[in-house]
Ligand binder design. Structure first.
Ligand SMILES: [Zn+2]
Length: 66
């Protein structure tokens, strides 16, 4: 393929300097997306570390009134 590659973020022509993006800005946007995806998947055992995860599920009305 000899067609110019396009920036996956905004669709403009890719700039070799910022491959495969068109600019540093799009590079950062992609990086942020990637990082937030990592945060969404904290690992298989990440759930156990959360506080109050389902412990008080049964007594919703009770603790809300206090
Ligand atoms: Zn771009």
């Amino acid at each position: 393929m000899s067609r110019k590659a396009k920036c996956p973020i905004c669709g403009k022509h890719m700039v070799a300097e910022h491959k495969p993006f068109c600019s540093q800005r799009c590079q950062k946007i992609d990086l942020n997306r990637w990082l937030s995806e990592v945060y969404l998947v904290p690992g298989q055992d990440g759930e156990a570390a959360l506080e109050g995860s389902g412990d008080h599920e049964g007594g919703d009305d009770d603790w809300q009134g206090r």
